[in-house]
Design a protein around this ligand. Structure first.
Ligand code: NAD
Length: 474
């Protein structure tokens, strides 16, 4: 078992101030793979102190100096790429093919996206009225990340903080801390000055709250559940710090009768099941026009039946287990709620897939005849569970799509380009995907309503970490 009990503070791996061990578990085997420490408010205090001190000088570095550090980090990341993928497979349970092609790839894509954006960012700007606008790093940033796309969220927060000349303290998810510690090793090797990046492990209620409340933290960037995002906002309010949030989703996927049905329904099912359904922007509510509804249910059924769970360490297109026992319980509860509320099970159902008694595996599940008032249509399941809802008119589809507290992503499938644009304009979501259009590195990622505020990635992701100063000249 790996001993990963130290934290990275002020450029060194240091012991926690009080020992408090936690085992990291492999979700496919339910066996411990490493031991980490759960920190305290005192560890956060130490890390924030280091970040505050480092900010004095790091904030004065030039864009070129920081670009050179980021280029070094990119080269190191590429060299250690396979380690990132195997670590994510081990602690998250993502199958190795998926870890290699998707989970680890984001570390390269986002870093390159930020490098490109930083090269084009104007830190000084003459306004037409004669005033001078200066962009400055915000200060010490508290970064809290979830377990589902671990390197994705780390990259989307750590890189813009450092790229803009801020310093930071990262608290990764206690379920997937190992890839964060690997990332810390890479930052160390790249030569970022001591104190610019710090890592403290721990739970949300203790370490996360201590970070959000800390008076020397200038900004909190949080990704996780809406529940915890609200807690971070409340904790940060006392010191009036900036808070950016990337939260949950219940993204609608509108399938019109003129869509390429075979391709778009099958593709959408696979997208919903990707990463075992543990993606905040997954298309989990498929709204289908009634004239093609029965055909769409049939295509979804055929695709869903072919979805297999399997050993994450084996190459292939199968899906892995959920991350934890807690997550397994939540998903079972919602599958049972769907059945109890009268939705029709087309594929899967409650319980474990045959032959997978060990590990947090669930059956990929598709419900048809779902009403938008049912729990499976309103709550984020965060498992491979898809809900199909019929609709009659474009107007009704838009109304159902927007009838959710969330507003992260939305999806539109149609052969009519004008309709795609018209509908996209009326969807209350931060990102609209048309006919399978993917998210591209460098484009802003984030949501409306209770899916959060702020945008991550590229230029918008950098701007969230900058203060704006106006110089009024005579
Ligand atoms: P979570 O909210 O339980 O935990 C996320 C992080 O917040 C963890 O590091 C956790 O320790 C910490 N945390 C928990 N309570 C806290 C508190 N009171 N104060 C400070 N920190 C606290 O979420 P999770 O289960 O790890 O992740 C799944 C959730 O994340 C889903 O809701 C998903 O939609 C969301 N998510 C959103 C995005 C996005 O970009 N919008 C991306 C990925 C995941």
């Amino acid at each position: 078992m790996l001993d990963k009990r130290n934290f990275y503070i002020d450029g060194e791996w240091v012991k926690p101030l009080e020992p408090n061990d936690l085992e990291v578990v492999n979700p496919a085997t339910e066996q411990p793979i490493a031991v980490i420490s759960m920190g305290t408010a005192a560890d956060i205090d130490r890390a924030v102190g280091a970040a505050k001190k480092a900010f004095q000088t790091f904030s004065q570095t030039s864009v070129d100096e920081r670009l050179a550090l980021l280029e070094k980090l990119l080269a190191i990341y590429k060299r250690r790429y396979d380690e990132v993928a195997t670590t994510i497979t081990l602690e998250l349970g993502a199958p190795i093919t998926m870890s290699t092609q998707q989970q680890a790839d984001v570390g390269v894509g986002h870093l390159q996206g930020f490098i490109d954006a930083l090269k084009n960012l104007h830190m000084r700007e003459e306004l037409p009225n004669g005033d001078l606008l200066v962009r400055e790093p915000i200060g010490v940033c508290g970064l809290i990340t979830p377990w589902n796309w671990p390197i994705n969220q780390i990259a989307l927060k750590v890189i813009p903080a450092l790229a803009t000349g801020s310093t930071c303290v990262l608290k990764p998810s206690e379920f997937t801390p190992l890839n964060a510690m690997l990332y810390a090793e890479m930052i160390d090797e790249a030569g970022f000055p001591a104190g610019t990046f710090n890592l403290v492990n721990g739970d949300g209620a203790t370490v996360g709250a201590a970070l959000s409340r800390h008076r020397d933290v200038d900004m909190m960037s949080f990704t996780g559940s809406t529940r915890a995002g609200i807690a971070v906002s409340k904790d940060a309010a006392e010191t009036v710090k900036r808070v950016t949030l990337e939260l949950g989703g219940k993204s609608p996927n509108i399938v019109f009768e003129d869509a390429d049905l075979e391709d778009r329904v099958a593709g959408s099912v696979l997208e919903c099941f990707n990463n075992s359904g543990q993606s905040c922007d997954a298309p989990t509510r498929m709204l289908v026009q009634r004239s093609v509804y029965d055909r769409a249910v049939k295509i979804a059924e055929e695709t869903g039946k072919q979805a297999r769970v399997g050993n994450p360490e084996e190459e292939g297109e199968h899906i892995g287990p959920l991350v934890s026992h807690v997550q397994y319980g939540r998903v079972q509860d919602l599958i049972e709620a769907g059945i109890a509320e009268g939705a029709r099970v087309v594929v899967g159902g409650a319980g474990k897939p045959e032959g997978y008694e060990t590990g947090y595996f669930v059956r990929p599940t598709i419900f048809a005849d779902v009403s938008n008032t049912m729990r499976i249509a309103r709550e984020e399941v965060f498992g491979p569970v898809l809900a199909l809802i019929p609709f009659d008119t474009e107007e009704e589809a838009i109304a159902i799509a927007n009838d959710t507290p969330y507003g992260l992503a939305a999806y539109v499938q149609t052969g009519d380009a004008k309709r795609a644009e018209r509908v996209a304009a009326r969807l209350k979501a931060g990102m609209v995907h048309i006919n399978g259009g993917p998210h591209r590195y460098g484009s802003p990622f984030g949501g409306y309503k209770q899916s959060g505020n702020g945008r991550e990635g590229g230029r918008f992701g950098l701007e969230d970490f900058l203060e704006v100063k106006t110089i009024h000249r005579p």
